[in-house]
Design a binder for this molecule. Sequence first.
Ligand code: GLC
Length: 425
Amino acid sequence: MSDTMITAARAILAQNDRGTYTVPTQGLYPFQWNWDSCLSAIGFGHFDEARAWTEIETLFAHQWDDGMVPHIIFHEFDDGYFPGPDVWRTGRAVPTTGITQPAVAGFAVRRLFERARDSDMARSRARALLPRIAAWHDWFFRCRDPRGTGLVAIIHPWESGRDNSVDWDAALDRVPTEGVEPFTRRDTQHANPAHRPTDDQYNRFIWLVQHFRDLGWDNAKLHDASPFRVVDPGFNAILIRACADLAWLAETLDMPEIAARSRAQADKGIAAMETLWSDAHGQYLCFDRAIDAMVPSQSIGGLLATFAAIPQSRASAIAQRIATLGEKLPYLVPSHDPSAPEYDGKRYWRGPIWLIVNYMIADGLAAAGQTAVVERIVSDSLRLIDRGGFAEYYDPMTGEGCGGGSFTWTAAMVIEFLTGERQPA
Ligand code: GLC
């Protein structure tokens, strides 16, 4: 059974491979997405190491001078996606968006490096990537944590990778919609509109894009000028984990300056994560930096925090919460608490399960020794593939596959679940 699944997963990677990068899925997402690429590279690493490194190198070839790595690279013209380059207008030779996505590259590179069968190639390619990844992390702390708290804010829901999470509802309500240029959505032509964000959310998403564009995409200004500034525990955990992994790589590759800087960033971040913990909710919560208030929303962002080396007591509380969710649901892990009124099992990040998040949670909990929950998450993930195919996301009650199909990072995670060993953080 697992051989058949791996063969099917590899076929999806091949189908979405554009030579030097992969698209998340044909039609709905016809370009290169930042965190999709890094996580997909881990899947490629199992059967084509050179191709895996290329995926990440292509992404970093489009890094901005200030260090930011964009969330989408528009390699080839395709008018089947909105908002395209004509809306972003970032002024780059190969167009990109002007915002970023979760910083999973440092983690992916360590995983490729540790698994490498061709260790000479891994050493030289990792060496070349390290300064670029370090520059991205430095950019985060400089531009998205200007007061030096140790945690970075996202300035657009799309940066989180969890586009329409309940976490953003209140903050997004404060984003105006006046002056939004008329547009036609394309996502709802490729996927069921009931599974996608609403038109009202899209208006606010686009308002923010226009606002940043009016500020010339100057990252020295955008953080303070954005009405939307949210500190997401999952997003920060990924960055902190990447800093720690980069420190490890830099130590191994004898790059002491990057090692020291990355270690300091990770340590400061882990300490600051404590400010996001909520005893009442038994998980981490988002913090709305624009109004200085916690966001009382029980989303998967607070569970994903386990991807970083959080204290054992926090990891076991999260494992407990996930186990409790598992008593009510046939499949884990839902992107939002099913007992919350906003929960919607088929709408994108407001309930459905995403395999990449399952993978990162499982990885973190494995490092914390939470074996039983990890086994449940991994076996649920594979049952979802059986039930719903290689979908973009899944309904936690029925296991139905939702959104786009033949999805690259879903396929990569399956290869990883079936062939990778989970390693300590
Ligand atoms: C959606 C997801 C985002 C992902 C992108 C491409 O926008 O919310 O996380 O990177 O699709 O798959």
